[in-house]
Write a protein that binds this ligand. Sequence first.
Ligand code: BES
Ligand code: MN
Ligand code: MN
Length: 445
Amino acid sequence: MDRDLLLRELSDFLRIPSVSTLPAHNQDCRRAADWLGAALRALGCPKVEFLGSETHPVVWGVGPEVPGAPTLLIYGHYDVQPPDPLGEWTTPPFEPTVRDGRLYARGAADDKGQVFCLLKAIEAAGKPAVNFRFLIEGEEEHGSQVLFDLLKREPQRVAADAVLVADMSYVAPGWPAVYSTLRGLCYGEITVRTSKTDLHSGEYGGAAPNAHEELCRLLTRLKSENGHINIPGFYSAVKRPSKAELAAWKKLPFKEKDFLEKRVQGKGLVGLKKYSVLERLWALPTFEIHGILGGFTGEGAKTVIPAEATAKVSMRLVPSQKLKTVERQLTAAVKRFAPKYVTATVRFLHGADPAQITLTDASFQKLDAAFKSVLGRGTVPARAGGSIPVVPALASAGAPVILTGIGLPDDRLHAPNEKLELKQLWDGIEVFRKFYELLGKNGVR
Ligand code: BES
Ligand code: MN
Ligand code: MN
């Protein structure tokens, strides 16, 4: 394949600022959907549809019919996270640039570059004996409401022999992976109110409650310094990984020291120290504060007692935890931990159940063989700390969901200077070309 041409095509896709969470980019999301629609038609799809939304449609495609061949559903997303802080990008987020064999742009790895890889691998394979279906959404980074609604109305869209999701990374350079779990997510806002309006801190300070202070105290009651989350019942559904799984993780090319020094680039790690870092990242739930709003944060000084303060928080959930249960548990904990003289409320913004996939279907062996033939090493089983909200729905018709990807752990998803290494892309096209051939040769099962 002509690599210069591929790079130009992918760059066109990456130049579209399809940030799903910002309404100012609604038309850009639509343009990204249209770009994909055209790409699917160019692949020979006789049927391409835009479903569920004018601005963030699910792009649905049906490939050329191959009688008797297995059906592979390809899932991905064309939306991206906001690019800020803009000043930290070496080159602008929506001006894709190659430096040292790496393509820098928002969406390069998450997930436009990976969707592009799966599509180009079909082109590279010629006419593989696979019935392709495509379900590519524009709201993954924003809770996937449009796709959830579509699948509720039309659950047969996910009927397939296997579902392929390339939205993750290798565990280390040269070490491709398949993932058996994804964490779920429960995202909300906790608001504390202490008086009708803001108050003069001289007239009232010392006797009137302060909303920021009460919110901070409430937050530290919810999670202790040692990393333990104190929401009653929160851990009761959490299961430890098996001894065999924990032993397998010890053999992965992952060093806690490198994680701290090269990836976090901080001075120390936190969390429940009696569990390994991988167990904390992959098999334990979290409680995170994303931002605190309210009070006076402008230039200069203002002596005020804020009447209201809000924290944006989220919890990552692990298999067996349920989003609905955790929502109830957080609401109850906030009521219980807030003192009588404050009004504390919780509002949920979006969420996802965790996903668990059994890696026994024959299609996993085919992916393993495809990676082996290109890299000399097959896939290692791993778990993922991140979330893809619709994966449990994709799995609901019983097809195996293959969670894999061509990114690397240091691709800086959601952060400044996101990148995709070109070697990963070129290898990836070869790997999936081979995978489609293997699927077609002797079916999925
Ligand atoms: N591709 C990521 C999920 C991911 C990242 C899985 C790293 C495994 C490893 C996805 O695009 C993502 O960022 N999801 C969001 C979902 C949320 C906004 C509902 C997440 O995990 O924060
Ligand atoms: Mn993604
Ligand atoms: Mn993402």
